[in-house]
Design a protein around this ligand. Structure first.
Ligand code: TLP
Length: 342
């Protein structure tokens, strides 16, 4: 099967499996797992922040990132398609007691002017703003990337208004690759970042939260409270280290493969692709013109050995990653063309 459902589906490489088997471990709740400690140090170093925390999932990482900056009853400004609002089982409401204040932004990229208008002060009526959240890359908008000047303006504006900025950087290394710059520059002005080892970087499990030392110390307590004290987690961190050190450099291949998929899809009858949103490893496309739903087509593709998810209605998403090469993508598009017509 050619699996284009998500970059979460990658399997650990031989090198990762060997490193996992041989990992030096200890009890991480006591801070004694040397492999976890090394991963946290390297993540902080690579992102240019003071400290990092290894967490089992991106959802837990975002939950911690939001909770460290907010108090109950505050609002979190985010884009309308944000993962924190739509895909995390309302975790920020459940755990942090925060309300999402969504903004519809073109291609999922917020602008400071839009954010500024939604900031609410303490008043007898409003829930005050506690945090600004940016998703980079913006998954459901097509894996779009924040231009550096747009991001910097949001961070400067938020800070001047006394607000912190959390980045859901599940795919921030894809953003850095697309921008052609060091990931340090991408996250320089945000106060905390969550990024996933288990997506484009190819680790089997794990995400990191990165920020100031004091925020990460509080985050460590929150992780334990959430049930994320993982004990001998060095077996997972060992794979994470390889993902972090080796795989950012190859993300450009995934981006080129996504572009190929988008170009092929755009030639098919009844399929619409917003080409300007195809900036990284995600292709969102609309099959309304085929007269069929995403769910129907998804089932037909799957019968022919290609997995592509529907996103509800007529939207679909194809994601490239380590475990699909260019030939796989070409083959997948032949199958899709066979079902849809050219
Ligand atoms: N995204 C998954 C699904 O949940 C949609 C995917 O296949 O893309 N932030 C962003 C931007 C994400 O895309 C995801 C996962 C997460 C956070 C959460 O990560 P996990 O799944 O590790 O909790």
């Amino acid at each position: 099967m050619i699996d284009l459902r998500s970059d979460t589906v990658t399997r650990p490489s031989e090198e990762m499996r060997r490193a996992m088997a041989n990992a030096e471990v200890g009890d991480d709740v006591y801070g004694e797992d040397p492999t976890v400690n090394r991963l946290e140090e390297r993540a902080a170093e690579i992102l240019g922040k003071e400290a990092a925390l290894f967490v089992p999932t991106g959802t837990m990482g975002n939950t911690i990132g939001i909770k460290v900056h907010t108090t109950h009853g505050q609002e979190v400004i985010c884009e309308s398609r944000a993962h924190i609002m739509n895909y995390e089982l309302s975790m920020m409401a459940w755990f942090a007691g925060a309300l999402a204040r969504p903004i519809v932004a073109e291609n999922g990229i917020l602008r400071w002017e839009q954010v500024r208008r939604e900031i609410r002060a303490v008043s007898p009526h409003y829930s005050p703003t506690g945090l600004v959240e940016v998703e980079n890359t913006a998954n459901i908008a097509g894996g779009t990337v924040y231009p550096m000047e747009v991001l910097e303006e949001i961070c400067d504006g938020a800070h001047a208004a006394g607000l912190k900025v959390h980045m859901d950087g599940a795919r921030v290394f894809n953003a850095a690759a697309a921008l052609g710059c060091d990931v340090k520059e991408v996250v320089a002005k945000v106060d905390s970042v969550m990024f996933c080892l288990s997506k484009g970087l190819g680790a089997p499990v794990g995400s990191m939260v990165v920020g100031t030392r004091s925020a990460m110390e509080y985050g460590r307590l929150l992780r334990k409270r959430l049930g994320g004290g993982m004990r001998q987690a060095g077996v997972l961190a060992a794979a994470g280290l390889i993902a972090l050190e080796k795989n950012p450099a190859r993300l450009g291949e995934d981006h080129a493969n996504a572009r190929l998929i988008a170009e092929r899809l755009a030639e098919m009858r009844g399929v619409a692709v917003k080409m300007e949103t195809v900036q990284t490893n995600i292709v969102i496309f609309d099959v309304a013109g085929t007269g069929r739903t995403g769910a129907e087509l998804s089932a037909e593709f799957l019968r022919r050995g290609v997995a592509i998810n529907g996103l509800g209605g007529t939207l679909m998403r194809a994601v490239t990653h380590l475990d699909v090469n260019r030939a796989d993508c070409e083959k997948a598009m032949d199958v899709v063309r066979g079902v849809i017509g050219s």
